[in-house]
Design a protein around this ligand. Sequence first.
Ligand code: MN
Ligand code: MN
Length: 317
Amino acid sequence: MDDLKNQPISGNDLARFSGPNTFMRLPSAETAAGLDVAVLGIPMDIGTSWRSGTRFGPKAIRAESAMIRPYNLATGAAPFDSLQVADVGDLPINTFSLAKSLKIIEAHYRDVLSHGVIPMAMGGDHSITLPILRAIHARHGPVALIHVDAHADVNDEMFGERETHGTVFRRAYEEGLILPDRTFQIGLRGSGYSAEDFTEAAGWGFQQFPAHQIWNRDFSQLGQDIAQQIGPKQKVYITYDIDSLDPAFAPGTGTPEIGGLTSPQALQLIRALRGLNIVGCDLVEVSPPYDTSGNTALTGANILFELLSVLPGVHYR
Ligand code: MN
Ligand code: MN
């Protein structure tokens, strides 16, 4: 490439266990100006309802991402050939106030989006996605949504609170941030309080793919079906809750549910989304204190690399 873009530091030039703690050891940037993709951390766990610890997610994902090389051998994607990517650091959330933190996230996202970049967030618990979608809506209008998660996150309230990690997509629906008939929830499972816990959202138009119905499905085909329904022009946001994976693959998370996706299924699904008009994405709910092997953060880092590999404008070799 003539104009050389930011490149991750190679593990053959500087030992992987050294160097900057940025995503893939990319250069850091003060602002999103001039970037195509801004990777950022939202170190927050005060929106969670069971195990905490996702405040340490961005640090751990960055650390494990040092293992990832810039070329995607399976797909031929070489995102750093054509996209200018940098790690713009962590958002300055207020760890004593969830309400204030969500406002801080939205304000920072509005600024990041004003530069015309695609934001990729490292969570953080899933409550970060509501203010992100508010800012995305302000910039792009209502978007299609691909939501991979063990949980539908459509509670009305929790302890009387309307903005938590379990209420995100009901609020997004009510506020018109997403297109309900272009919203796809994949991997839902576990126990509920009533039969309507998940299915009420189907009545809004959400297409739901409960884990037990797709255990034996080809995830490449599933991803292609979803991509076809969204179409290449429609703007789409992807939110990936790491607890969509089975706890055998991703134990380090706040609300684990057995019977989930495998790592290969996660890769198949994302790789099938190439060609979509993705305007942003996040990877949430990695909780390092419960991640004794580091595998969950490693998997999260790789999911982010796979998402990066299907963004608009990626060069394929
Ligand atoms: Mn979730
Ligand atoms: Mn979940």
